[in-house]
Design a protein around this ligand. Structure first.
Ligand SMILES: [Cu+2]
Length: 170
């Protein structure tokens, strides 16, 4: 009898510890914003495995969000998003949500505003597409999927807010 009680307590404790593990606790999404600057505002963000990254388009124009492998230059078939433009805060605002099951580094770019170009070392890098206006950065970004609390704590402040009221514009 005592043995059974001990077993039940141990399994309850196990469940409790799992719920409180930082890797498994639910976390709010991390937001990445776009506007007419034709860049990803928070172009480096960190999330835990399973935590959502939500891309929010506050631009009048459309964008794509496509994963690629820098070593091979191959585009992803599963990380492949499209967000339509918006007229502003009172119009429909398109978003694209994705999460990743494993730790690692995920590279992505917008195929409307950037080109994938092979560098002399054989690695593929996004470059500003010819004729594209904007801030000057190629429209691309990196998602770090990690359980390291120090890296997770370094996200830009704006990545905690779904819609940035002052960031609309084409
Ligand atoms: Cu774009």
């Amino acid at each position: 009898m005592i043995y059974k009680t001990l077993l039940a307590t141990a399994s309850m404790l196990g469940a409790f510890m799992m719920l409180n593990s930082p890797a498994l606790a639910a976390s709010p999404p991390v937001y990445v914003h776009m506007n007419g600057a034709n860049m990803f505002l928070e172009n480096v963000v960190a999330v835990k495995p399973g935590q959502k990254v939500v891309f929010i388009n506050e631009d009048t124009g459309e964008h794509t969000i496509i994963g690629y492998n820098p070593a091979t230059g191959t585009a992803s078939k599963t990380f492949n998003g499209y967000v339509a433009g918006t007229k502003g805060p009172n119009d429909k605002i398109a978003s694209y949500t994705i999460s990743f099951p494993h730790t690692g580094i995920v590279d992505y770019y917008c195929s409307v505003h950037a080109d994938l170009v092979k560098e002399p070392d054989g690695m593929t890098m996004p470059k500003v597409r010819k004729g594209v206006d904007g801030f000057g950065d190629p429209m691309a970004g990196i998602i770090i999927v990690t359980t390291d609390p120090h890296i997770l704590a370094e996200n830009p402040k704006s990545s905690a807010t779904k819609i940035l009221p002052d960031y609309f514009g084409g």
